[in-house]
Design a protein around this ligand. Structure first.
Ligand code: ATP
Ligand code: MG
Length: 312
C-alpha cells in the first residue's frame, strides 16, 4: 500500500462529538523527500492548544475499542499485517504508550518484541536478521519496542558497537549510515509491497521533560526499578542522538513507511496521537470479514438443523 501523503492536509480529531483538535499533518509527520529540522519543526510540548486531559483520555479509551474491532477484521481477513515501530529517547513513554494503546487488542493477534543489545548469535548475522524473524504474520499486529533503527542511532552514537558487529572492511567504512538507510528503505518497501502496513513512531520528548521523569523515578520508591544509571549516561549524549535521529528521519521517512514524530511531553496527547494514527490507518484499509460462499452458508444451515435435532 502506497499511501498518498499530503503534509498540509488537516487532521481533525473529534472528542466528545465535537471537532476539538485541528492541525496540519506535518506537525506530526515527516514529509517524505523533505528536509526537516527536529528542533525547529517538531515541538515536544505540542497539544494544539488543547488542554482537556480527561476528555482526551476518554477518547483514547474509545480508540482502544475501535482498534479492537479493526484488529478482529485484520485477523479474519488474514491478508494484511500491521507493523508498529516505536523509537524514543529513554523515559519518553514507549512502554506506557504500547500498554495503553494496545490494551484492548486480543493478545493472540498481537506480538511485542523489545530489541536490546544484540546477542552473540545475532551478531553472527546481518543486522536485519533478528528483525526479519520478529515480523508479524498476515493478520497480526507486530510491535517493535526499539527496532532496526537502533542500528543507525545507538550504534552511530557509540561506534564501538559497530566494531562488535564483525563486518568485513567493504561492508563498513564512512558511508555505512547512508548504505544502512538505503538497505532499511528497501527492506521496508519489500514488506509493504507484500501486505505489511508500517507505521513508525518517534516519541519526541524534550531534554527538560526527560530530566523531570528521571527525577521522578529517583524520588518515588515504586519507580526506582525503572531508573538505570545507563539511562543517565546516555543522556550525556543527547545532542549526538538528536542529530542521528534527525538524519534517520530525513533519510527513512518514505511514502511507503513514513515517520511520525509524536510530541511526548504530555503523555495524554502522545497516546491520543498514536492511537488515532493507528485507527485511521487500519480504517483506510477497508478491512472486511471474509465473504461466506453459498455452499458454506448451506453447509452451516445443515449443521444447524442437525444440532437442533440433538436437543429433541
Ligand atoms: P526500558 O528501559 O523502558 O525497560 P529499554 O528499551 O530502554 O526499555 P533497556 O534494556 O533499558 O530497554 O535498553 C535496551 C538497550 O539496548 C538500549 O540502550 C538500546 O539502545 C540498546 N540496543 C538496542 N538495539 C541495539 C543494537 N542493535 N546495538 C546496540 N545496542 C542496542
Ligand atoms: Mg532503558
Amino acid at each position: 500500500m502506497r499511501r498518498k501523503i499530503d503534509p498540509d492536509q488537516k487532521v481533525t480529531i473529534k472528542i466528545g462529538g465535537k471537532d476539538r483538535l485541528e492541525f496540519k499533518l506535518k506537525k506530526v509527520l515527516v514529509p517524505p523527500g523533505k528536509k526537516i529540522s527536529l528542533k525547529k519543526d517538531y515541538d515536544p510540548d505540542f497539544t494544539d492548544g488543547y488542554k482537556d486531559k480527561d476528555a482526551a483520555r476518554d477518547h483514547v479509551e474509545e480508540n482502544v475499542n475501535r482498534l479492537s474491532d479493526l484488529q478482529e477484521k485484520l485477523y479474519a481477513q488474514d491478508s494484511y499485517s500491521l507493523l508498529l515501530v516505536f523509537q524514543a529517547m529513554d523515559a519518553a513513554g514507549k512502554d506506557g504508550t504500547i500498554r495503553h494503546v494496545m490494551s484492548g487488542v486480543n493478545p493472540q493477534g498481537c506480538h511485542v518484541t523489545s530489541f536490546k543489545a544484540p546477542s552473540a548469535e545475532e551478531l553472527d548475522h546481518d543486522y536485519l536478521w533478528r528483525i526479519a524473524k520478529a515480523l508479524p504474520a498476515r493478520g497480526m499486529i507486530g510491535i517493535f519496542n526499539r527496532s532496526h533503527y537502533e542500528e543507525v542511532l545507538v550504534v552511530r552514537v557509540h561506534p564501538e558497537y559497530l566494531q562488535g558487529q564483525k563486518l568485513p572492511p567493504e561492508a563498513s567504512g564512512k558511508d555505512i549510515w547512508e548504505r544502512r538507510f538505503d538497505q532499511i528503505n528497501a527492506f521496508e518497501k519489500r514488506l509493504v509491497e507484500n501486505g505489511t502496513v508500517i507505521l513508525k513512531f518517534f516519541l519526541n520528548v524534550s531534554k527538560e521533560e526527560q530530566k523531570e521523569r528521571f527525577l521522578d523515578r529517583i524520588n518515588e520508591p515504586d519507580k526506582n526499578w525503572k531508573f538505570s544509571i545507563a539511562d543517565y549516561k546516555e543522556r550525556g549524549f543527547w545532542e549526538d542522538y538528536q542529530s542521528a535521529i534527525e538524519d534517520m528521519l530525513n533519510n527513512t521517512s518514505t511514502p511507503w513507511a513514513p515517520w511520525f514524530v509524536i510530541p511526548a511531553d504530555h503523555k495524554w496527547f502522545m497516546r491520543l496521537a498514536v492511537s488515532e494514527t493507528i485507527c485511521r490507518t487500519l480504517e483506510g484499509l477497508d478491512l472486511k470479514f471474509p465473504e461466506v460462499s453459498k455452499a458454506r452458508k448451506k453447509e452451516l444451515q445443515e449443521i444447524k438443523k442437525l444440532m437442533e435435532k440433538e436437543d429433541d
